[in-house]
Design a protein around this ligand. Structure first.
Ligand SMILES: *[C@@H]1O[C@H](CO)[C@@H](O)[C@H](O)[C@H]1NC(C)=O
Ligand SMILES: *[C@@H]1O[C@H](CO)[C@@H](O)[C@H](O)[C@H]1NC(C)=O
Length: 349
């Protein structure tokens, strides 16, 4: 019965790949009752989910998103925690963007937080963190004196070392990062085991940085509101997707996304989607081999063919979407404390 059902869905998908997604996938929205704007999301497993946002708010669920525990980080009640990286139900790092830029870490489930990084340099604005493992992480921020701010940790966020100003992190005038979902940088371990980062910038210029070299992105740019917001790289085959657009015109789909692969020589090849996501998207991630999801203020799209064709499945506004690091659950977070969960084959109500 079940197998037959899947078989029928498979046949239907083959027949009309772009018509049915909205009926197969839907987003179940949980109104958390919080007023906070959530942009930090870390899905540890199908059970353990952490979110972070404005007004010093951090939320955690240990039962797959049914119940949420909300906390205000003591002494940081006015801060905007735009990114979070959690490792289990006890351990997480949160990133507070500016004045001063801070990173806090908890090891007791959020009861107490320790400041592990603080920088009060004028103009500091942190945008995103990425961890290749629990030990190794990176954080990026807007340019200071013309260089993208970067710092790395090798001890699970306990201490951070600021990267030197060099050609590989030199910014163009008006080029920065969006702090919209904490996903415009990815730290990966390459086949030889050494750490490599890739990142995507936005603003007046939008570029992709691979192997410490920049390439211009074929994504809308030229204004403060334009450019790449998020990227995902499949490190095992060196390909992935970059999304963005213009957040001031969030239903425009023109030049809002690109998929890429990096060849053996390190050259990046870009291919524009045939049907791009339907508007500005602040976050993209894989949900499966060959399947991607992207969300933004004007809705969520899914692609089942590695990023070539995208279908709008829901028009609810979300800032960030992440799949469980260990598991299959896919969660969303957005403004007004909104949290969502991707459901597969919900009966139509
Ligand atoms: C990454 O690519 C490999 C090789 O094509 C594939 O087996 C794997 O499932 C992909 N991973 C994701 C997350 O899509
Ligand atoms: C890598 O794997 C993804 C997911 O399986 C696939 O969509 C993509 O086409 C592959 N890219 C390359 C260059 O093999």
């Amino acid at each position: 019965m079940h197998r037959l059902f899947i078989w029928i869905i498979g046949i239907l998908l083959l027949m009309c790949p772009n018509r049915l997604l909205a009926q197969i996938y839907c987003i179940k929205t949980v109104e958390s009752g919080q007023k906070t704007s959530l942009r930090g999301l870390s899905v540890v497993s199908d059970q353990v989910i952490w979110v972070s946002g404005s007004a010093g708010a951090v939320g955690k669920s240990v039962d797959g998103g049914i119940n949420w525990e909300w906390m205000k980080v003591k002494g940081f009640e006015q801060r905007d925690f735009r990114d979070i990286e959690a490792f289990d139900e006890n351990t997480a790092c949160i990133m507070g963007i500016a004045e001063p830029a801070i990173i806090l870490k908890t090891m007791d489930g959020g009861k107490t937080w320790k400041t592990v990084f603080t920088d009060s340099t004028k103009g500091m604005f942190l945008d995103a963190m990425s961890f290749a493992s629990q030990q190794n992480g990176i954080v990026i921020g807007d340019p200071i004196d013309g260089y993208h701010f970067m710092a790395t940790t090798q001890n699970a966020g306990d201490t951070w070392v600021i990267t030197k100003k060099q050609l590989s992190n030199k910014a163009l005038a008006g080029e920065a990062f969006f702090a919209s979902s904490g996903t415009n940088i990815q730290l990966v371990k390459d086949k030889k085991g050494s750490l490599q980062y890739v990142f995507a910038t936005g603003g007046k210029y939008s570029r992709f940085n691979v192997n410490q070299q920049y390439v211009e992105l074929p994504i809308v740019q030229g204004k403060e509101s334009t450019g790449a917001n998020s990227m995902v790289l499949n490190e095992s085959n060196q390909s992935g997707m970059i999304v963005g657009g213009d957040f001031a015109q969030d239903t425009i789909a023109h030049h809002n996304s690109i998929y890429f692969n990096i060849d053996k020589k390190g050259t990046v090849h870009f291919t524009a989607p045939i049907v791009p996501p339907h508007g500005y998207r602040s976050c993209v991630t894989y949900i499966n081999k060959n399947s991607l999801i992207a969300c933004g203020t004007s809705g969520t799209d899914i692609s089942l063919d590695g990023g070539k064709n995208w279908e709008l499945i829901d028009s609810t506004s979300f800032h960030v979407v992440q799949k469980a690091k260990k598991g299959n659950a896919v969660f969303f977070a957005g403004s007004k404390g909104r949290i969502g969960r991707l459901e597969f084959m919900q009966p139509i109500k």
